[in-house]
Design a protein. Structure first.
Length: 205
């Protein structure tokens, strides 16, 4: 089974590409979804977040107020580091267990993709055999964020909070620009996927 990472800044198309890889047969583990699990209502992690940041960051139902937390951490690097220190260790532990479980299954999928915007910062690159990084121009990112209702300074802060394109270009095995059309982007991704399957078949032949 091939295990690789998918990363990229905000609004670079990670969800679209991950969904396409699912259609091609890959299992996808999304760090955002794992984060929701580890910080679910009543979890020890959410209790720690409440103590560290205050009950104002919890909803009346006892969930994390994600919008309020995002507004804080994208504008305050110290708060972001504090939140990451609480969230990342249990997230990485859970992702590692799931990767290992799929590796051990007799009928494992042809490929598994770990998706995370800050994959390198979380150390998730150590769990994968290579990383596919998506990039987009700042203009494209801002336009996509505006379509989500994220405007002005908030959009800029979210872009600047994530791994710079230059770092991704240096560290990733594959780099795909999503400034091009969707069909062109997915064609490139599919070519990478097929080349990985071929590598795996040759290695196990």
């Amino acid at each position: 089974m091939i295990v690789f990472g998918l990363t990229g800044g905000v609004a670079t198309g990670k969800t679209t590409v991950a969904n396409h890889l699912r259609r091609l047969g890959a299992v996808v583990i999304e760090a955002d979804e794992v984060g929701r699990e580890v910080a679910a209502a009543g979890s020890p992690v959410l209790e720690e977040i409440g103590r560290a940041f205050g009950s104002d960051f919890l909803t009346q139902a006892g969930d994390l107020d994600r919008k309020k937390m995002a507004d804080l951490v994208f504008g305050d690097p110290q708060a972001r580091c504090a939140l990451n220190a609480l969230m990342h260790p249990p997230m990485v532990g859970l992702i590692r267990k799931r990767v290992e479980r799929f590796r051990e299954e007799a009928a494992s999928p042809p490929g598994l993709v770990v998706v995370a915007a800050i994959l390198y910062e979380m150390g998730l690159d150590r769990l994968v055999e290579g990383v596919l990084a998506l990039t987009a121009s700042r203009f494209t990112q801002i336009k996509r964020l505006e379509a989500r209702g994220i405007l002005g300074d908030e959009a800029q802060r979210r872009i600047e909070a994530q791994t710079p394109r230059e770092v991704l270009a240096f560290r990733a095995r594959w780099l795909v620009s999503t400034d091009r059309t969707l069909d062109e982007t997915l064609t490139q991704v599919e070519a990478i996927w097929l080349s990985l399957l071929s590598e795996e078949m040759r290695a196990t032949a």
